[in-house]
Design a protein. Structure first.
Length: 119
């Protein structure tokens, strides 16, 4: 059961990397949302980066999470810990800046669910 949850979440994370890079998957609306998110991420970055760089960093993080979830228990725990930390900080910043919260809550809930099932 834990592998099923981890693999399913890994596939979703991998596929969610595409709109971070500006690819209209699964829809143009998702790419537009992530275009705006990348602009915002670049603005809250502690180092100067462009929105494109923010997008590629977000996509890379999602792809690495997907790989970590697929590799196995030790990698899975580390990947979930990193992703949970990033999403917690992102959620706090999004709340502070009045950003859409639904995507944040979904990612937090999914990360927590996979973590709990894998414990």
């Amino acid at each position: 059961m834990s592998n099923l949850f981890a693999y399913a979440f890994g596939v979703v994370c991998f596929l969610s990397a595409f709109p971070f890079m500006g690819l209209p998957f699964p829809s143009r609306a998702s790419a537009d949302y992530y275009d705006q998110k990348n602009i915002w991420l670049a603005s809250v970055s502690p180092v100067p980066i462009t929105p494109n760089t923010a997008g590629y960093l977000g996509a890379t993080l999602r792809m690495l999470l997907a790989v970590g979830l697929a590799v196995g228990d030790n990698w899975r725990t580390g990947a979930l810990a990193v992703m949970g930390s990033v999403v917690c900080v992102g959620t706090a910043l999004a709340a502070r800046d009045g950003r859409p919260m639904t995507p944040q809550w979904i990612m937090l809930a999914a990360t927590a669910a996979v973590w709990i099932v894998n414990r």
